[in-house]
Design a protein around this ligand. Structure first.
Ligand SMILES: [Cu+2]
Length: 128
């Protein structure tokens, strides 16, 4: 009585096949050249400076892993793109995903208090 009838078994196989096709379509939709190139940059923060694992990135998507190695709370932010991490307490980390669409110089800061004046700012070069 509880065993599935042949028709419900077929319905299950059909649903699984549809799910597979949907997954393939979703994957290939993301596979544009822009999205394929992801650069990873680690950003260390202390009082009062940033240390980036690289100061030059190709245009496209960059994933910043931001680690607060200091003793005060800090933020890594890119004002021109309205992107920033949450306020990171000492020892906390966060990732920030940013897409740079054209080459140029990107100014980044820590917008906490007067940290910019103390030196928490810099430029990232985006190349073509
Ligand atoms: Cu700061």
């Amino acid at each position: 009585m509880l065993s599935p009838s042949p028709s419900s078994a077929r319905a299950f196989v059909w649903a699984a096949a549809v799910a597979c096709v949907a997954a393939v379509v979703a994957t290939s939709a993301n596979a544009s050249p822009q999205a394929a190139r992801v650069t990873r940059v680690t950003v260390g923060m202390v009082e009062y400076k940033f240390h980036l694992s690289r100061n030059k990135v190709p245009k496209g998507t960059v994933v910043f892993t931001v680690v607060n190695k200091g003793e005060l709370a800090h933020i890594f932010g890119i004002p021109s793109l309205h992107k920033m991490t949450p306020l990171l307490q000492p020892g906390r980390r966060s990732t920030l995903r940013v897409t740079f669409r054209k080459p140029g110089k990107i100014y980044y800061i820590c917008p906490v208090g007067a940290h910019v004046q103390f030196g928490m700012a810099g430029n990232l070069r985006v190349t073509r």
